[in-house]
Design a protein around this ligand. Sequence first.
Ligand code: GDP
Ligand code: GDP
Length: 436
Amino acid sequence: MSNLVAIVGRPNVGKSTLFNRLTQTRHAIVSDEAGTTRDRQYGKCEWGKHEFSVVDTGGWVVKSDDVFEGEIRKQVQLATDEADLILFLVDAQNGVTDLDEQVAGILRGTKKPVILVSNKVDNNETWLAAEFYSLGLGDPYCISAATGSGTGDLLDLIIAKLPKNSDEMPDEMIPRFAVVGRPNAGKSSLINAFIGEDRHIVTDIAGTTRDSIYTRYDKFGFDFYIVDTAGIRKKSKVNEDLEFYSVMRSIRSIENSDVCILMIDATRGIESQDLNIFQLIQKNNKSLVVVINKWDLVEDKSVIVQKTFEQAIRERMAPFTDFPIIFASALTKQRIFKVLETAKDVYENRTRRITAGRLNEEMLPLIEAYPPPSIKGKYIKIKYCSQIPETHVPTFVFYANLPQYVKEPYKRFLENKIRERWNFSGCPINIFIRQK
Ligand code: GDP
Ligand code: GDP
């Protein structure tokens, strides 16, 4: 299970600069998506053979000097509840401020590892950091997020302090479903509807070091785990109004799942919180089923209203639009088995393998009829394609003479053609162009 590191601190100490530095290698690899602000809030950091997720709590606060201090305190509290390790950033060029002291007060109360990081030490003037000893969080660790100085050693320290993954892993052959969504979308109700008083629950595997739980469910031909971090069962209403509450609370479930069941409250429609979670699902390459819940409360259930709903959702989530949408009610249990059935289908799509023979038979004539546009008078030829076996996400490689000239729109074209021919509904698809 992946570890989660949260960067906290008052505005302008350099949180997003550090975040970018920690996540940049990964960003370069998955730079297909347009850079939205949400990209700056959650990412993956790879260091040696280690990987962990990073959240910049500042990404959710409006940048201004009079930013609501109470909000920052709540975020720090939430970050300490949810993350495995806290990077507390302070500004060496500015010295200790009131807000630093308030944040330190919260962090002194946590059992989680905290690293006090003194940023903006650009020229090795480490004496600047001396006054941060007074925060009572041990030695300040000096870095310059801007130049990168000290960040390698900081990464070593992070890895050393992160809890070791000792969680019992569930059976890999059994799909893991996560139920995610904003507060009050109906996640607990849906999970209860699935497994509530049911006697067919087989086991609970509780994480030894933290609260993530896989509940195995085995009935009517369904056999799966519900990935349920404590966030869903143990509610803490205090922070629910925070924009990044649902994000912090869904990261773990999403990271540990195969298929995410994203619940949207029909009475509210799709809002930025829903999109935040959707982005998390995408970033983690997970499969998706959208459930429009509380359908019982919608008076006009005509086909037109349904279509309008569906269209609005797909528009907001574009370019990824090939996923199932189900109108359900966790309360009346209307279509909840349909939700399970669909999640199971989507999992099967995720594991679908197309033989090279079939793939080339279908795709090569198409490519011949619609080849990639030539660039600088050079013709691009794709001679062969295949699906890479044993990947978590369906991944296709097309071999070309000039791979660098095959652009994003053409890859999307290839992806769409694959989707038209084979059922990959709900699943992301990776397309790579490689040198023959
Ligand atoms: P955040 O509000 O905590 O996310 O802070 P930012 O990352 O946006 O940085 C605030 C300002 O400090 C920006 O102008 C950065 O360029 C600057 N900054 C960040 N890190 C450093 C650093 O290591 N040295 C210096 N001199 N400036 C930095
Ligand atoms: P969570 O915060 O996402 O876990 O949401 P809950 O499952 O706690 O549901 C929040 C509220 O919405 C509760 O009062 C539920 O009874 C109600 N609720 C959940 N699903 C439905 C539904 O399908 N229809 C109606 N009418 N209410 C629902």
